[in-house]
Ligand binder design. Sequence first.
Ligand SMILES: *Cc1c(COP(=O)(O)O)cnc(C)c1O
Length: 467
Amino acid sequence: MTLRKGHRHERPLAVNPLIGEADPIAGVKTPLPRHRLPDGPMAPTIAYRLVHDELMLDGNARLNLATFVTTWMEPQATQLLAETADKNVIDKDEYPQTAELEQRCISILANLWNAPIADPDEAVGCSTTGSSEACMLAGMALKRRWMHRNADRYPGARPNLVMGANVQVCWEKFCNFWEVEARLAPMRGDTYHLTAEQAVELCDENTIGVVSILGSTMDGSYEPVEEICAALDALQERTGLNVPVHVDGASGAMIAPFLDPDLLWDFRLPRVQSINTSGHKYGLVYPGVGWALWRDREALPEELVERVNYLGGDMPTFGLNFSRPGSQVIAQYYNFLRLGFDGFRAVQQACRDVAMHLAREIEELGCFRLLTRGDQLPVFAFTTTEDVKEFDVFDVSRRLREHGWLVPAYTFPPDRQDLAVLRVVCRNGFSLDLADNLMEDLRTVLPWLRRQREPMTGPEDGTSFHH
Ligand SMILES: *Cc1c(COP(=O)(O)O)cnc(C)c1O
């Protein structure tokens, strides 16, 4: 299902006469329908040209400061991706070496996140299409474990999941698809994510777990995972309720290990049962790969795991999809091998440096107030200062777009819908030079914005921005 804005084109595809009918054999029979199969084949060169040219209208990925998803990989990685596009990750028996690389990636992440295992082979986890699938799996494991603990009351009791209103939309999806009540802690004052106090307040005997985000897609801030765990420890002492924690580290689980080694957020905290990350965000792989890991075998109920044939034996698999490209997993392994710990640290530090530099420069313009400074995720959010009456963040976003930049503007969730922000995501490939170009364009648009009498229209449409 695709949702598209505006009118549907009924006109046939436009074909430039130079590539069209010049060659009666290789040429295209026009008119070329848009919404049904053409009557016959055409030469691959022409099909390539038509599709290639049409995609020219997409934005320039390097100027897209809205997405967290990787927009640049090295030529060697791109070559590996092309070489391995035909491998199906589920065929463990046909592609045992791909399966081996997947397992190595899981061990590497278990080590990076301090899983309490003696042997790398004991690492419990799987690759996924992204964090969304990983969150579904982690949520399902939490729900199943709660059902086991409450077999006498379920069905009947309604399970709930506690999290901040700043959660990524995949958690609302999880709750919707798997019939779990989403208990969302509202944003309070100037804290734009879940606090330990709120988490504990919302927990009861039907809570399957607390989701803590490292870090928030809304503003790049880390939630206080350690404090949340400590508050839940105290709750357990007081009431006996033992509420597990899942860390949604879609971005931060590939930042914090390198840049914030002293921050306690991972399996070093015994209450943390599972962690997900997006390989295609700060794991630096093109979209679609993610990872879900559990602290140990107990954290993932055995009955959720399927067995597939692997070299005559059977191999445990967990996932929503069956067939999926193996190439993304291979590209993830390439990055691990290529960069090593120091390489990842250098890349992530460069992103953080750019984010913090840009945040400072924007603050110095005087008409913006920073909500975050890019010193946690290399991401920051800012809004206009109180005294700015002529324009709002949506105007800034629109104006920057005229210069090719995608900087999203959106309103915050309850109870801070009054607050609208702009957000910048700094990724590998967004250099200090590009950041300076952005600043130059921002300085160019400001005098124009100041000439407005009032903000133009607010948000473009009623939908909120999800990334
Ligand atoms: C991006 C993101 C997700 C969803 O991840 P995908 O890899 O895009 O499926 C979930 N949670 C958080 C915190 C995110 O930033």
